[in-house]
Design a protein around this ligand. Sequence first.
Ligand code: FDA
Length: 311
Amino acid sequence: ADTLAVMLRSIILAAARSSRMEKLVATAPVSRNIVSNYVAGTRTEDALRVTRELVEGGLKVTLDYLGEDTFHTHQAEATRDEYLRLLASLRADGLTPAAEVSVKLSALGQRFDEEMSVRLAEEICAAAETSGTTVTIDMEDHTVTDTTLDAIHRLRETYPGTGAVLQSYLRRTEADCREFAAKGSRVRLCKGAYAEPESVAYQSRLDIDRSYVRCLNALMRGDGYPMLATHDPRLVEIGIDRAKWFDRGPHSFEFQMLYGIRPEEQRRLADEGYQVRVYVPYGDEWYGYLMRRMAEKPANLGLFLRSLGRK
Ligand code: FDA
């Protein structure tokens, strides 16, 4: 069953990178319900409205303006502009520091002009600082792990609160966690959402979960600020257990989950006094994001495919 799941996942993730599939899906009468389960909406106002609701309910938020793999300067700059607008609005609405932003370097042109992507990220970090909040740099596939971590080191020289993301499916990540577990360092630990070759990544669920626990141990034992991004009930329990073991108060780490996934669990953890941050994506470019969510839970795919055929 594990082999079949791995195969299905890589087929869906291949489709996530296909522009032909994207056209098909984007022009099909996709049930808005499916997209709106996972995405706050297309406009800045939608992002602000959802953020306000979550923050009023005692949750924290990280906002993602959807987009990735940009190959045009004007598009990368437009993404920067949207983040600047968003950050100014978050501050004006009193939603910082409860809300921060998550940024993909590939949306800022990392794949064709790395220097430009770092420069644009710097401008977003500066705006976040002015607004009294922080930026976390999302992690994409393994071909950009090194350049992304290098960029984060550079950003942290001026903006030490800049968050990094490490993915437990990569074989290298346990070592990265040790390196990043230093004082002041904000690290989001997730399993990883891309199709990766066996040479660099664990393939089976069990190996990925075991690696997650080793990484979690390294981060919780260290002096940084771990951000445990997972919906996996077993890993959440282990996080709670390690916090006790390493004598960490509820404000010295946080849980993170995606908008629309296990909202009742997000509430339960917050009610128990844990910090919970919800990752809220918004914008038009929802295709890649949605397909990665489908790959995580193929049961959702049946629903999605049926909705494609519906008028
Ligand atoms: P897993 O996929 O094993 O799911 C555990 C349980 O959670 C499931 O049994 C189900 O109950 C529920 N669940 C999970 N996914 C679901 C879905 N799509 N729909 C409904 N239920 C679902 N990845 C990455 O490569 N780079 C990044 O920067 C980030 N950033 C990020 C931020 C945050 C806040 C989160 C929560 C996740 C990410 N990810 C990510 C995605 C991450 O790598 C991973 O793909 C997903 O979180 C799914 O893995 P889980 O740990 O939730 O476990």
